[in-house]
Design a protein around this ligand. Structure first.
Ligand code: UGA
Length: 426
């Protein structure tokens, strides 16, 4: 959706095809299928300029376009492998509809060698013998800032194995200032998975450091700051907390482990990244238990449900696991999220949803902060304390100011943050 809207914004004619008739009907009624800052305005603008249209028919998209992006979902199978059946199905249908040259580009996050399978699927399903090319053009957009990320990329990666494919894609991106890296298809596919795996590794690394810091009274925030000053390390993605969630890192790390396994390489580092990430959520629960002694019948107010701010996405969100574990221990959970509540009401059971943060902690024995939404930075500690039964904060994102919280009379526990009162270390 973001790619389509942004390509239209650049002046291209874009047809968005989806087999989900309801979603397409919604879009035709100008209803966005998900929350993403800046997207709705861009879609509406390009609809009115008639550069963006919607269809449920792949044949229509193929007939009217020269470049076709496959951007379908590649969800995880129970084995951890990426489910590529939608990619195959779309490739087959695209092949059947082709009547002259087309460039088919994989945009979905896919395991290495998917390009080769798309090529083979096209060759076997094509009806009219027309020339075509397959290319890979991975995206590096983050949810919550996807539109800005698209318009201001750090790099554009093009995996193309013919001059024509390379030229078509370079022309499509010609107005961007970012460097374009042209490579073979397998390398482009691996750049995507390797980038996500590396970022996930950075997060698990700093979370591991946080565990050590906690035990010795050091402060992971300062450690990350000091590490990040080295340009070889850089400050980004060194934020300790409840760990990474979302539909990218957890599934991509898992899929990468599986691909490596299949080709005979034991990707030990990534297995550790995954393990650290999973234990990070449990450590939040342990911190709550440590503060409340028994969680049974205690009231916990959870602030933030989305896997990160500026999105309503709850997939693999650490908050879901933390809530599940607290409920399993007998706690009563109240919750608030500025954007993700409609979605949360569908997936969470027995949670009391509140209209704001203060209502969510009303009568609570502990406040657990799980998503670093901007509005939580401005919380009034006095008001929170008056609303709560016990003044306890477990800050799963190190968002709040520990000193201010303590001055207001809270027992504050962050992640890898130094605890003055000895109550925080776990
Ligand atoms: C990630 C990548 O950042 C994008 O480059 C990539 O295109 C995308 O996956 C994808 O493959 O589609 P996204 O999942 O939207 O983007 O979100 P991130 O901002 O990367 O955050 C992922 C998770 O890591 C969040 O749960 C966030 O809270 C956590 N995180 C991030 C940390 O715990 N610490 C950090 O320092 C940074």
């Amino acid at each position: 959706m973001v790619t389509a809207a942004c390509f239209a914004e650049l002046g291209n004619q874009v047809i968005c095809v989806d087999s989900d008739g309801e979603r397409i009907a919604g879009l035709r009624r100008k209803k966005m299928p998900f929350y993403e800052p800046g997207l709705e305005r861009m879609v509406l603008r390009n609809l009115s300029k008639r550069r963006l249209s919607f269809s449920t028919q792949i044949s229509e998209g193929v007939k009217k376009s020269q470049i076709i992006f496959i951007a379908v979902g590649t969800p995880p199978l129970p084995s951890g492998d990426a489910d590529l059946t939608s990619v195959e199905q779309v490739a087959r249908e695209v092949a059947r509809a082709m009547t002259s040259y087309r460039l088919i580009v994989e945009k979905s996050t896919v395991p290495v060698e998917t390009g080769r399978w798309i090529q083979r699927t096209l060759e076997t399903s094509i009806r009219k013998k027309v020339p075509f090319d397959v290319a890979s053009n991975p995206e590096f957009l983050r949810e919550g800032s996807a539109v800005m990320d698209f318009l201001h990329p750090d790099r554009i990666v093009i995996g193309a194995e013919s001059k024509k494919a390379e030229q078509l894609l370079c022309r499509l991106y010609k107005s961007f200032k970012a460097p374009i890296l042209v490579t073979d298809i397998a390398s482009a596919e691996l750049i995507k998975h390797a980038s996500n795996a590396f970022l996930a590794t950075k997060i698990s690394f700093i979370n591991a450091i946080a565990c050590v810091a906690e035990q010795v009274g050091a402060d992971v925030e300062k450690i990350a700051q000091g590490m990040g000053m080295d340009p070889r390390i850089g400050p980004a993605f060194l934020k300790a907390g409840a760990g990474f969630g979302g539909f990218c890192f957890p599934k991509d790390v898992e899929a990468f482990i599986r691909i490596a396994e299949k080709i005979g390489y034991d990707f030990d580092i990534l297995k550790a990244v995954k393990r650290v990430n999973e234990s990070q959520r449990l450590r939040i629960v342990k911190k709550v238990e440590k503060q409340l002694w028994n969680v049974k019948d205690k009231v916990v107010g959870v602030l933030g449900l989305a896997f990160k701010p500026d999105t309503d996405d709850l997939r693999f969100a650490p908050a879901l696991d933390v809530i599940g574990a607290l409920q399993a221990g007998g706690a009563r959970v109240r919750a608030y999220d500025p954007v993700a509540m409609p979605e949360a009401k569908r997936v969470l059971k027995d949670v009391v949803f509140s209209k704001d943060a203060y209502q969510a902690v009303s009568g609570a024995d502990c406040l657990v902060l799980m998503t670093e939404w901007d509005e939580f930075k401005k919380l009034d500690f006095g008001r929170l304390k008056r609303a709560m039964r016990q003044p306890v904060i477990v800050d799963g994102r190190n968002l709040l100011d520990p000193e201010k919280a303590r001055k207001a009379g809270f027992r504050y526990v962050g992640v890898g943050r130094h605890t003055l009162d000895g109550w925080g270390a776990s």
